[in-house]
Design a binder for this molecule. Structure first.
Ligand code: NDP
Length: 302
């Protein structure tokens, strides 16, 4: 992959475009050599505008990569039973290799039941307990897309993370915890911090790789960053700018941190674009697992 770090900024948009190209090459190879095209089904329940945008983008990027995209929009009052029936049908479909149910779900539906119902080998979000367990014990797994993207971004700044101190702020099941496993696999010494951590700035200052996945605008200040660290900012926070217009900021005070970090991801344009790119890669991986074929060379290392 060509260099995406310029002036200490890791360009997630450029990296995501490179991943998408590799996915497209892998899809073309699978079609030519094995005669099948990976398919991704995305299910949206209700009409949350942000979720609708995500779903539309996922569909567009799936087709751009040469894969089949299936979109299901169900009304906000859909029952849990109806959604589980839809998932059962997708589990049984030969054309669908990846299933993603857009979260959050309306309150009458239990998200845990929905995630449990997705066939683990089609669980391209990597949220199923079987995939979390596989990741924890080091077996081949479908891994959540955002943490996968974080590791790939960090490795653009330094190809080998072995022996580095990694501090992750945030312990959610979708970001912090799986990322801890992935960074352990990269031979980092991993600390997972959270809202009860004592003296968070001091813990953060230990980090050669500092990841913020909190959801608090600019929580991480410049002086929390060890000089020369790699900083990955997962946070997406909508705040009101001085002009009264809404703008997006991360969990890291970017302008302050940039002066100390060796490399840092911006918000927007860092982790965000990588999440969909890794979803596409996961769909190809899931399709290969289900068809019993090797992952194409184009996706090696992803
Ligand atoms: P959660 O709300 O599930 O988890 C937040 C974590 O941050 C919790 O572990 C919480 O600790 C910890 N935390 C909260 N406040 C503090 C604090 N003051 N000091 C230290 N730790 C704190 O969030 P997610 O993991 O789902 O998401 C985190 C952020 O990443 C959000 O901004 C979200 O929008 C963004 N995100 C971005 C994605 C992308 O594609 N770029 C994808 C997914 C998320 P505790 O466990 O103790 O409560």
């Amino acid at each position: 992959m060509s260099n995406v770090v310029h002036d200490g900024i890791i360009d997630g948009k450029a990296l995501a475009a490179q991943v998408q190209q590799r996915v497209a090459a892998a899809v073309a190879e699978l079609k030519q050599k094995h005669g099948f095209v990976p398919g991704l089904a995305v299910v949206l329940v209700g009409d949350d505008p942000a979720s609708a945008v995500y779903v539309r983008n996922k569909g567009r990027r799936t087709t751009e990569a040469g894969m089949k995209s299936f979109e299901y929009r169900l009304p906000a009052d859909t029952t849990e039973k109806k959604l589980l029936e839809r998932i059962a049908a997708l589990n049984a479909s030969d054309e669908v290799h990846g299933i993603l149910v857009q979260l959050p779900l309306p309150k009458q539906i239990d998200p845990a039941k929905v995630i449990d119902a997705i066939a683990p080998d089609k669980d391209v979000d990597g949220f199923h307990v079987i995939n979390a367990g596989r990741l924890a014990v080091g077996r081949p797994a479908l891994v959540p897309c955002t943490p996968l993207g974080c590791v790939l971004l960090a490795k653009q700044a330094r190809a080998d993370l072995t022996g580095l101190e990694a501090v992750i702020i945030g312990r959610s099941n979708i970001v912090g915890k799986p990322l801890a496993q992935l960074l352990l696999n990269e031979n980092c010494t991993v600390t997972v911090a959270h809202s009860r951590t004592r003296d968070l700035p001091e813990v953060a200052r230990r980090a050669d790789v500092l990841v913020a996945a909190v959801g608090r605008p600019e929580l991480v200040r410049g002086d929390w960053v060890k000089p020369g660290a790699i900083v990955i900012d997962v946070g997406i926070n909508r705040v009101e700018g001085k002009d009264g217009k809404a703008r997006l900021v991360g969990d890291v005070a970017f302008a302050e941190a940039r002066g100390r970090a060796a490399a840092i991801t911006p918000v927007p344009g860092g982790v965000g674009p990588m999440t969909i790119a890794m979803l596409l890669a996961n769909t190809v991986r899931a399709a290969c697992m289900q068809r019993g074929v090797d992952l194409p060379e184009a996706l090696a290392g992803l």
